[in-house]
Design a protein around this ligand. Sequence first.
Ligand code: NDP
Ligand code: 8X3
Length: 248
Amino acid sequence: MIVLVTGASSGFGYAIAKKFGANNHKVIALARRKSRLESLAKEIPHCAILPCDICDKTALKEALDSLPDDFKKIDVLVNNAGLALGINPAQECDFSDWEQMINTNIKALSHITHLLLPQMVERKSGHIITIGSIAGRYPYPGGNVYGATKAFVRQFALGLRADLAGSNVRVSDIEPGLAESEFSLVRFKGNSDKANALYKNSNALQPQDIAEAVYWVATLPKHININTLEMMPTSQSFSALNVHRDSD
Ligand code: NDP
Ligand code: 8X3
């Protein structure tokens, strides 16, 4: 298969690219940090790198057009690039952070899907795998726009399933919970103490765990479509809803 992984320079994307590469699939690795992609490419037998900002519509189109012919017929698109910025209550957030999450997690994800879907439909074969989140299902304080972007991802994936009836193109949304990656460093804007504290003693999911799930979903027999797959570390579970009580 030819597998395009967005956000392949770290975390889940890096692990997903390595998993497919190790199983002799051709990998196209997209992210902004070129040096990381170059290191990844050395670890995978057949890898093309696309260093670009996925939010830049022109750059994305040019990057895809620049792919060598033997990487053009993409079988699997892993829509993984994404981020959370900040954990403040909505009324205290920077709007620019909200815009960047919407631009990356919603608009860029939709754009690359829009660019690649027609060729899959034409070939009557393909698989769009999105990385959603439990944050798209369960609200938590400070999740505001990030959670809403992931709710979009889930509903978009399910909507694609409806539109793609009869096309043989599969769509799956993988929805992880707490997982250790650069995600929290980005969310806390470089504050490694805060990021490390979140993962400490949590036995969080690891990027390889998500890579295993994505690989399993993508390599199932063609008549099986996993619609959504929610996964958490065993250590993570649910707790009671908050009730605010006014003091006397
Ligand atoms: P990382 O921060 O480790 O990886 C994020 C990846 O996205 C990087 O490769 C980054 O590359 C890429 N990226 C971000 N913005 C852009 C952009 N504008 N253009 C191109 N690439 C971009 O985090 P994770 O691996 O944890 O996150 C991967 C996905 O999983 C995200 O969608 C996240 O929301 C989701 N997720 C994460 C969970 C977690 O707890 N870690 C749980 C559930 C879902 P670069 O900076 O080089 O551009
Ligand atoms: C990342 C998981 O719970 O930190 O999507 O939002 S969470």
